[in-house]
Design a protein around this ligand. Structure first.
Ligand code: THU
Length: 139
């Protein structure tokens, strides 16, 4: 883990808190995310669903929240998800669309911090999205 373990724990706590605001009446699966920027600030997000099934995951909500506030330099993101009203008991790994959005702004060392409720595990974006097509692919 490149970020300090205490920092990872703090991000997970913030992801769990953000999860409380999840709007997920269709899946009943509540997810929270907390994104650490290079300047030390943290942006949170939760999943937001719609009746037309075109909502947004917690990770993208957090990233778009930060980008809309002028931030583009990101270090790590914590993600926590489980059935609404339940505590996470397994890892909630980002979907393919979120991985691609991460790749838009982040390098291969960007850390994704996952929790099963007991332990914290860090993986890199390179591990989650190998051989990615990113902004550099269009140069
Ligand atoms: N979801 C996330 O917000 N993040 C993930 O990493 C996995 C899935 C959301 C999307 C949808 O609102 C619900 O969880 C069920 O897929």
């Amino acid at each position: 883990m490149r970020i300090q373990p205490e920092q990872a724990e703090s991000l997970v706590k913030q992801a769990l808190a953000a999860r409380e605001n999840a709007y997920c009446p269709y899946s009943s699966f509540a997810v929270g995310a907390a994104l650490l920027c290079g300047d030390g600030t943290v942006y949170t997000g939760c999943n937001v669903e719609t009746a037309a099934f075109n909502g947004c995951c917690a990770e993208r909500t957090a990233i778009f929240h930060a980008v809309a506030d002028g931030k583009r330099d990101f270090t790590a993101i914590a993600v926590a998800g489980a059935g609404q009203g339940q505590e996470p008991d397994s890892l909630c790994t980002p979907c393919g669309v979120c991985r691609q959005v991460m790749r838009e702004f982040c390098g291969p060392d960007f850390e994704i911090i996952l929790t099963d409720g007991k332990n914290i595990q860090a993986v890199t974006l390179e591990e989650l999205l190998p051989m990615a097509f990113g902004p550099d692919s269009l140069q």
